[in-house]
Write a protein of this length. Structure first.
Length: 102
């Protein structure tokens, strides 16, 4: 999986922990490369309990690795918006604005 922000590919694993960071953005699991981690506009989802962005997203749930809180992800796939699977959230949001559904 490439960096969600700049598209960089993860290089071969080096010894020790990977410098790449996992996060959740708009309820999708993403990877952030070391360069992009230095930016402050990553727009990651954060835990509603403790504010940490160390989240993992799995089937229908978002779990905080900092405090362990689990919440249900909004099941966008079942929302009946008519958007085909795979349409990006940005495009979907733009469509909603155009159609006055925001
Ligand atoms: Zn990046
Ligand atoms: Zn938390």
């Amino acid at each position: 999986m490439p960096c969600y922000r700049c598209g960089a590919r993860q290089t071969d694993p080096v010894k020790g922990a990977s410098p790449w960071k996992r996060g959740v953005r708009r309820e999708s699991q993403v990877l952030i490369c070391p360069d992009c981690q230095r930016l402050h506009d990553l727009d990651l989802d954060s835990c509603r309990t403790c504010g940490s962005t160390a989240l993992i997203c799995r089937l229908g749930e978002v779990e905080c690795r900092a405090c362990g809180a689990v919440r249900m992800a909004r099941a966008r796939a079942f929302a009946g918006s008519g958007a085909p699977p795979g349409l990006s959230a940005e495009v979907e949001a733009a469509l909603n604005r155009v159609l006055g559904r925001a």
